[in-house]
Design a protein around this ligand. Structure first.
Ligand code: HEC
Ligand code: HEC
Ligand code: HEC
Ligand code: HEC
Length: 461
C-alpha cells in the first residue's frame, strides 16, 4: 500500500504532482458554528448514481475536463474505488453472513441497516428517488453518500453556479478538511448513530484504521485540485496539513465516543474498541511485547487506550503551537491514568481536550507546511519512534502512515528527487509498511529498526 506518486489512477491520466504542491491555501471558516450534516442524515432526497452518470456529466469513458472537472468520476469510482458496488457486495459474502449470524441478526446483512449504514448510501426510504430505479442501495457508497443528497443541487450545479451556492443547496463540502474527515470517519470509525463496537469485531468484523490524507489517495482521487479548483473557492490543503487536521478530528471523534454513554460501555466493561487491540490480543507464551512508554505513565499489565491519533496530533501541534502540544501530552497522560487505572475523572479530561481542540483548529488551518516544517516534523516523529513511543501496534501503524505522507511532502517540496523517492519507496518505506502490515505479527523492535533505517536515509535532507 505505498503511496503512488501519481494519485490520479483513472485510466490514461498523467501525474499532476506539481499542481498539488503549489495549490494555495484558501482561508475559510471550516470550523463552522454548525457542522454540515453527514449526507445520510440530510434533509434532501438522494437521486442515485444513475443521475450522475450521463456521458457529458460524470459518466464519460475518459477524462474530458471541458467543464472544470474530469467527468469520468463514475468510471474511476466503479472500477477502482472500493466504495462502489464492492462495499455493498461484501455484505453478500460468507464473512458477512457469519458476522451477522454470530450477532444473531434477524435480517441478512445486505438488508440489515446495521451493515447498510456504512456499506452503502443508506438514507431513510422517503429520502430516495426510486422512480425508474434511479436510486439503488446496491450501488454501495454512491456519489451522494459523500456529496450529499442532490435533490436541490442536481440541476443548478450543472449550470456553472459557484461551489458556495452548491453547498448552500445541500452539497456536502468534501473539500474542507474537517468536514471531509468527519464524513470518512462516520463510517471508518463510526459516529453517534453507527459504530463498529467490539461485539461486531468479536463476530468477525475487520479492525478499523484510518488516516484521511493517505486514504484519500488510496480511494483513489477522482478529482484534481488544480488552479480552477481553488479559483472556484475549493480548499486544497497539502497532504501534511490534511493529515494534521485529520488527526485533530479523529481525536475529537474518539473522545466523542468515550463521552457517549451509548458507545462507551459494554456491559460492566468499558467499550474495548477504544483500547489498543493488541494490549489484549497477543500470545501469552512466546511474546514479550510490553515496553515502557513514557507518555502513558502506565506500568505493565493494564489495558491501554488506543492513543495513536493523539500521538500524531501532539506531533503536529509541536510545530503549530508548542504550548498546546505540551498541554495535550499532560492531558493524555491523565486520560490514560483515568481510563486504565481509574484515577481522576477521565471524562472531565476528555471534555477539556475537546474544548482546547476547538480553539486550536483555526491555528491549524493557518499552518504553512514549508520545507522547515516538514524537516522538523519528520525529525520529531522519528525521534519518538526510536524513543519507543510507538511500541503499541496502533501507534506504529499511524506513525508509518504519517511518515509516508511526510516523505511524499519531501518529494513535493523537492527536498528529495525522483531517484531518492523511488529508492525510499522500494526499500525503506516498504520495509516500514511491512512491519505494520499484520497486527498479529507485529514486533515493536522490528518496527523500530525500520524507522531507524528511514531516519538514516532522511538525515541531512
Ligand atoms: C460504522 C460503519 C460500519 C458498520 C456499522 C459495518 N461496517 Fe463493515 N466495514 C466498514 C468499513 C469502513 C470497512 C473497511 C475497513 C478497512 O478496510 O479499513 C468494513 C469492512 C467490512 C468487511 C471486509 C470487507 C472486505 O473488503 O474484505 C466485511 C466483510 C464487513 N465490513 C461486513 C460488515 C457487516 C456484515 C456489517 C453488519 C453486521 C458491517 N460490516 C457493519 C464499516 C462498517
Ligand atoms: C467516499 C466518498 C466519495 C464518493 C463515494 C464520491 N466522491 Fe466525489 N469527491 C470526494 C472527495 C473527498 C472529493 C474531493 C474534495 C472536493 O473536491 O470536494 C471529491 C470530489 C469530486 C468532484 C469535484 C471535482 C472538482 O474539481 O471540483 C466531483 C465532480 C466528484 N467528486 C464526483 C463524484 C461522483 C460522480 C461520484 C460517484 C460516482 C463521487 N464523486 C463519489 C469523495 C467522494
Ligand atoms: C458510507 C460509509 C463510508 C464513507 C462515508 C466513507 N467510506 Fe471508505 N469505505 C467504506 C466501506 C464500507 C469500505 C470497505 C469496502 C470494501 O472493501 O468492501 C471502505 C473502504 C475504503 C478504502 C479502502 C480501504 C482498504 O482497506 O483498501 C479507502 C481508501 C476509503 N474507504 C477511503 C475513504 C475516504 C477517504 C472517505 C472520506 C472521503 C471515505 N472512505 C468515506 C465506507 C465508507
Ligand atoms: C480488554 C481486552 C480487549 C481489547 C482491548 C480488545 N479485545 Fe477483542 N477480545 C477480547 C476478549 C476477551 C474476546 C473474547 C474471546 C473469546 O470469546 O474467546 C475478544 C474477541 C475478539 C475477537 C474474536 C476472536 C475469535 O477468535 O472469535 C476479535 C476479532 C477481536 N476481539 C478483535 C478486537 C479488535 C480489532 C480490538 C481493537 C479494536 C479488540 N479486539 C480489543 C478482549 C479484548
Amino acid at each position: 500500500m505505498t503511496m503512488a506518486k501519481n494519485r490520479f489512477r483513472g485510466p490514461g491520466v498523467c501525474a499532476c504532482v506539481a499542481l498539488l504542491a503549489c495549490a494555495p491555501f484558501v482561508a475559510a471558516g471550516i470550523v463552522a458554528a454548525e457542522a454540515p450534516v453527514i449526507p445520510q442524515y440530510g434533509p434532501d432526497k438522494h437521486e442515485g448514481v444513475s443521475s450522475c452518470d450521463g456521458s457529458t456529466c460524470h459518466g464519460s469513458a475518459a477524462p474530458r475536463n471541458d467543464r472544470n472537472v474530469r467527468q469520468d468520476e463514475v468510471l474511476i469510482w466503479s472500477e477502482e474505488d472500493r466504495h462502489s458496488q464492492r462495499a455493498y457486495k461484501v455484505l453478500l459474502n460468507r464473512d458477512s453472513k457469519r458476522i451477522s449470524k454470530n450477532l444473531g441478526r434477524k435480517k441478512p446483512p445486505h438488508q440489515d441497516d446495521l451493515c447498510l449504514d456504512c456499506h452503502a448510501d443508506n438514507p431513510p426510504p422517503d429520502k430516495r428517488r426510486t422512480e425508474n430505479g434511479a436510486f439503488r442501495v446496491e450501488d454501495g457508497v454512491g456519489c451522494e453518500g459523500c456529496h450529499g443528497g442532490a435533490e436541490r443541487w442536481l440541476r443548478p450545479h450543472d449550470s456553472g453556479i459557484s461551489h458556495a451556492k452548491n453547498v448552500e443547496l445541500g452539497m456536502y463540502p468534501t473539500d474542507e478538511p474537517v468536514a471531509r474527515t468527519r464524513l470518512c470517519l462516520s463510517c471508518h470509525l463510526g459516529d453517534r448513530k453507527k459504530f463498529v463496537d467490539h461485539r461486531l469485531m468479536g463476530a468477525g468484523h475487520p479492525r478499523q484504521s484510518f488516516e484521511v490524507a493517505l486514504f484519500s489517495i488510496l480511494q483513489p482521487y477522482h478529482w484534481e485540485p488544480d488552479d480552477d479548483y481553488t479559483a472556484r473557492g475549493k480548499q486544497a490543503p497539502s497532504d501534511v496539513k490534511l493529515w494534521a487536521i485529520g488527526q485533530a478530528v479523529a481525536v475529537d471523534e474518539v473522545l466523542d465516543a468515550m463521552l457517549d454513554d451509548n458507545r462507551n460501555t459494554l456491559g460492566l466493561f468499558p467499550e474495548l474498541v477504544l483500547y489498543d487491540c493488541q494490549a489484549c490480543h497477543h500470545g501469552i507464551d512466546k511474546t514479550r511485547r510490553w515496553r515502557p512508554r513514557a507518555s502513558t505513565g502506565l506500568g505493565p499489565g493494564v489495558v491501554r487506550l488506543n492513543d495513536s491519533n493523539f500521538l500524531m496530533l501532539v506531533q503536529a501541534l509541536q510545530l503549530i503551537d508548542p504550548a498546546s502540544a505540551k498541554a495535550l501530552r499532560a492531558d493524555l497522560k491523565k486520560l490514560h491514568q483515568g481510563a486504565s487505572e481509574g484515577r481522576g475523572d477521565p471524562k472531565a479530561i476528555a471534555r477539556k481536550i475537546r474544548a482546547n481542540l476547538a480553539q486550536l483548529l483555526p491555528k491549524m488551518e493557518k499552518w504553512r507546511v514549508d520545507a522547515k516544517a516538514l524537516r522538523a516534523l519528520s525529525k520529531n516523529v522519528l525521534a519518538d519512534a526510536l524513543g519507543g513511543e510507538y511500541a503499541d501496534y496502533a501507534g506504529s501503524e499511524q506513525a508509518a502512515m504519517a511518515i509516508q505522507t511526510i516523505v511524499y511532502g519531501y518529494y513535493a517540496e523537492e527536498l528529495i528527487d525522483d531517484d531518492v523517492y523511488d529508492g525510499l519507496e522500494q526499500r525503506e518505506l516498504t520495509k516500514l509498511l511491512d512491519s505494520v502490515a499484520d497486527p498479529d505479527k507485529f514486533n515493536p523492535d522490528n518496527a523500530k529498526k525500520a524507522f531507524r533505517a528511514l531516519e538514516a536515509k532522511l538525515r541531512g535532507k
